[in-house]
Design a protein. Sequence first.
Length: 758
Amino acid sequence: MNIAVHETKGIFHLYNDKISYLIGILPDGQAGNLYYGKRIHDREEYDYLLEPARRSHSVYMSDESGNELESRGFSAENLRMEYGVFGNGDFREPAVMVRHEDGSRVSCFRYRSYKIMDGKPELEGLPSTYTEDEGEAMTLQLFLEDAVAGLELVLNYTIFAAEGIIARSAFFRNKGTETLVLERAMSMCLDLPDPEYEWIQLSGSWARERHPVTRPLAPGAVSIESLRGHSSHQQNPFIVLKRPTADEKQGEVMGFSLVYSGNFLARAEEDCYEAVRVMMGIHPDGFSWKLEAGESFQTPEAVMVWTDRGLGGMSRIYHDLYRSRLARGYWRDRPRPILCNNWEATYFDFNEEKLLQIAAKARDCGVELFVLDDGWFGARRSDHAGLGDWYANRDILPGGIKGLSEKVEALGMKFGLWFEPEMVNPDSDLYRAHPDWVLSVPGRPRSLSRHQCILDFSRPEVVDHIHDMMYKILKESKISYIKWDMNRSMSECWSAALPADRQGETAHRYILGVYDLYRRLTAEFPMVLFESCAGGGARFDPGMLAYAPQAWCSDDTDAMERVKIQYGTSYCYPISSIGSHVSAVPNHQTGRITPLATRAAAAFFGTYGYELDLNRLSPEEQEQVSAFTAFMKQHREMIQFGDFYRLRSPFEYNESGWMTVSKDKKTALVAGFRELGRPNQGFRRLKLDGLDPDRTYRVTVPACFGGDESQYVVRTGDELMQIGLITSDVLSGRIDMWEQMGQPADFNARIFVLEEMA
Ligand code: DGJ
């Protein structure tokens, strides 16, 4: 890994074994992009990559003294810029727009200097990837300036040593005397020389999050966004550009992921010369940031990954990075406790006795952590009241949270608690005391969602107040885990604490307030495991992962839906981050009845837990649950910290599959899922991945999935990857891997364990 600087030619070459990223200072002093992709040799000059074009109707640029640049080919719209600006003849969508005191929005940032450092500096107030050792990454800071406005722009680039990863962000400082307004400030902008890409986004809705959607680029723009105040169920702040021939295993793929939890925009624009501008950052709609003299603004970080190892290769790069250099704290590298959450077991209908019965049965089945969900506080006996009053309802919990947590610990389990810190019901003591603490525009109707308003987390005193209530409970009770929920989108986003000309800052300041509360609580209670949640997966984003190493993936707990949701989620997010539970049937979201084993098989590939009252299962089912729990304990380290491979997509096939391989390639776990049973099927081969081709593996079906562990087959890694797992073979002569005595044909799952033979 290195950052080579060729000062006379104004070239900055960031490279490691895998990638090169080439920046060139253009003849007028702006920063241009010369190349991003597979590693190339380092050379003194790359002038040939500038490609100025004399095109009719183009607008030509001038140098700092106003002289038209000698070759009339020097036009912003024909060049690949590092951070496109508005108003200078670059007619693509800009990365930055600044409003000046005279009302103009024209900018031009020219190169001034650079700085290179080992490691990676933190972004103030914002979550970001990090290094533990300075040798893991190098950072280039390019200092540019709009001399007319006195506005400094610092473009930050960190290249990691291990893989094709570049983390980017932008920083602005008003060094002049004017008051400036940032109307747009993206985290990254990248101009690519050709449009031969397919764009992939992760889309959906509540209970149907992160389904991959693929489409080719075409002239014009394609974009995804959130204007909901959170990253959203509908779109995820993550996109992929892949070559049309790239697939899971091979081919050129670029990922772009935004480390942010609020409004965002991700966009790719193919221009009329078949060049493509990709950008990602805070959504400019409704956003503005006032910069008085001396003030500054830091954008969130965007993480770009380039690989020629296909979509699977890209995902594993994000998984390793986000699991170990974005998530942090005590739980980062630890297998996650198997939990039982009471939400789908009771909803609001519980008292202490009922909870303890659920907890005791869970304990009997090997569960390690009992989580009390919504409904334990204030007047919260339905979703109409109580949010904001973070003290226990003594009618249902006579000993408070302290008493309940002690009783759960006495059962031999850890205790976890649900909060929704950012919300308030109008019917609450908190609202009655502070009606001006909610986001709303005076004089306009205020929208509710789930009967609740959003607290104005852009105000430090509001964050302090909620912090103090949460701190008290955490301090006095035995709490090992917090589920931090967020159940509505933002509307009427206006803060009573900000002046009119700073209202465009409210949504971002709100997110900074959320991060601040997370930062304080995780520092004060370092052993507590945080799980983020937003009505399921509306904030499954890298910003949250920096504080909460796991996230409730979706409110949809149906196994077949979960296979799809978790498959899509795995494009960017590590398996250790995916909150996944076994729930009751008929499923509460889809009404579907799936076998218990299928529900367990889907939930294994995540943090694993139960979302039902195990007392309601038959004794045989309870035994099965104990066996699944024991199985997960045995394999969770490999599942959560190994390498994940998608084998067959549930969006394309009736029979889908995925697997995890331990980092040392000694063990692996394969899961196959079948949606609908079909009669008289042929043999099935599931081609595996990620194994050592030269090692020999014993393949078994675990007893909890109907197998007999004394019956196994022996295959080499290359056989399993090139020929495939011939499942009838393992299952002693059954024709179809899915035929299993007594199991329904539909919604079936299979698990195979691979162990290296000595
Ligand atoms: C939405 C979450 O996703 C659920 O798991 C549950 O915690 C409810 N909120 C409680 O209101």
